[in-house]
Write a protein that binds this ligand. Sequence first.
Ligand code: BES
Ligand code: MN
Ligand code: ZN
Length: 503
Amino acid sequence: MRTELIFANLPEIKTELLAVLVADTQTEKGSNAKPTIALLASDSAVKAAAEAVLSSGEFKAGANETLLLHTPAGLEAKRLLLVGVGKLSKVTIHHIRNAAGTAVRFAKPRGVRELVFALPEAEALPAAACARAAAEGAFVGDFDPDTYRSDRKDQSIQTLTILAPAGADRNAIQVAFAEGVIIGESHNLTRSLVNEPGNKLTPTLLGQRAAAMAKEVGLACDVYSTDKLHELKMGAFWSVSQGSEEPPALIVMRYEPEGVKDGPVLGLVGKGITFDTGGISIKPADKMEQMKYDMAGGAAMIGAMRAIALLRPRVRIIAIVCAAENMPDGKALKPGDVQTAMSGKTIEIINTDAEGRLVLADGLAYAKQLGATHLIDAATLTGACVVALGKVYAGLFANNDDICAKFTEALETSGEKFWRLPLDSEYADMIRSDIGDIKNSGGRYGGASTAAEFLHNFAEDTPWIHLDIAGAAWSEETKPYMAKGPSGIAMRSIVEWVRKYSL
Ligand code: BES
Ligand code: MN
Ligand code: ZN
C-alpha cells in the first residue's frame, strides 16, 4: 500500500472513494431522543451531499458504522463514504485509527483500490495526532491473513491518501504522518510473522526474517543456535529446544544511535516459541493449531525494532528473541528434570508446557549481561491470563512503579489495552522447589502471577515490565477495522515506551 498526505479542499478531490467522519453530537441522555449527527468536515459541498441521509436518521454515526453514497452531487469523488466515530464528546485518536481501518476494509472487498481519508475537523482532535493514527489504522485495515490461499485475490489497497485541511500546520502533520506509516508497516510485519504456521516459520527461519529486516533498516543483528546456548550456559532455554529436530535461534538485535554513550540501555526480550505442543506434558488437540502464535512476543520485538531503527530515538536498545519449538520426543525435556539457567539458578520442571518462562529466564539474564538497565518482555505466557482478562486486555506486571508509569503513558498514544496484575512474594512462594531453587509451575491458581514471579527471579532488581499477551495476540473475530487472526499487540506500545527514554 502506497500512502501519501495532501493538503487540499474536499470538493476538488478526484478519487474512487472519499471517506469522511461523522460523529453523534447529542449531549442529553435518553434512548428515544433521535441522535443528532454531524460531519467532522466543514466543507459546505460535502455537507450538502450528505445532508439528506444525515437528516433521515438512518445513519446513527456509531463507531465504525458505514454508509456509502454514489456520485455525490457537487464533489469530484465518485463515492462518498461516511464512517461513524460514535459520540463526539468521547472521540479520541483511537477512534480515528479504527475509522481509517474501517474505510480501508470497506473498500477492499468492493474492488476499490484507491481512496482518500479526510482527517476530522474537530477541536479536541489535533490534526497531527490524527494523521499518525489514520496512517497506522489504514495499514492495520489493509492486512488480511489468507496468504496461503491458492485462489487468493490480492485486494490490498494500492494508494491511500490522507487529506488534511488546506490551512493546517503542515510540518507537524507531515512528521506525524511519516511516523504513522513506519509504525503501521512495522505493525503488519509483526502480524505477518505471527500469522505464519510452524512449518513455514521455524526458529531458524524466524532468525532469517529478523536478520533480513535488520539489514534493510541498518540494525546490527546476530543469530545464534545450539552452540551459543551451550557456551552461554543457557540450560533453561536449551532444554526447551532439546526435543525438537529444529535447532533453536537466539536472535540479538542492537540499536546504537550515534553519539549516545550513556543513559539507559533498554533490553527487549521476546518469547519466540514457533510452535508449542506442550512437549511431554502434551496439550489437548483442540485448538492446538493456534499454538503457531506462541512467538507473538518475539514478533512484537522484531516489529518494534524495525520501527525504532526508522524513528531513531536517542537511546540504546538490545532486543533478544528466544526462539525454539516445544516438541515431545525421546530426547525431550521431562517433568521432574532439573535444569540450570544461565544465571546459575536451578529449575525443577513440573510441566514441560510451561516452556515460555524457561526461554525467557535466559533471555532476561542475557539482556542484563549485555548491559540492559531496563527490561521489558512480551510473551504469550499463560492460559491463566486469558481466563482472567479474556482477549480484550493483556496482562502487565512490573517490579518498579516508574517503569510502569512510563508504559501506562505510552498506552495513551498506542491505544492498546493492558491491565496491571500483581507480583507478590506470596506468589513467589508458590514456585519454590523442594529439590532446586524454583519450579516452573505453581499449579492452577494465580497462574499469570506465578509465571511472572518466575521471570522476576531472572529480572531481579533491574526495573522490568512483563507483558502477558496470550489472549490478545490472536483475535477470534473480524472487526470492521481489522481482520481476525494476529493482532500484533504490544509492538506499538513498546515503541512508544522506548521513545520515553530518548535523551
Ligand atoms: N503458550 C502457552 C500459553 C498460551 C495459552 C498462549 C493460550 C496462548 C493461548 C504456554 O506455554 C503454556 O502452555 N502455559 C501453560 C502453563 C502451565 C502448564 C503452568 C498454561 O497456561 O496452561
Ligand atoms: Mn506451553
Ligand atoms: Zn507456550
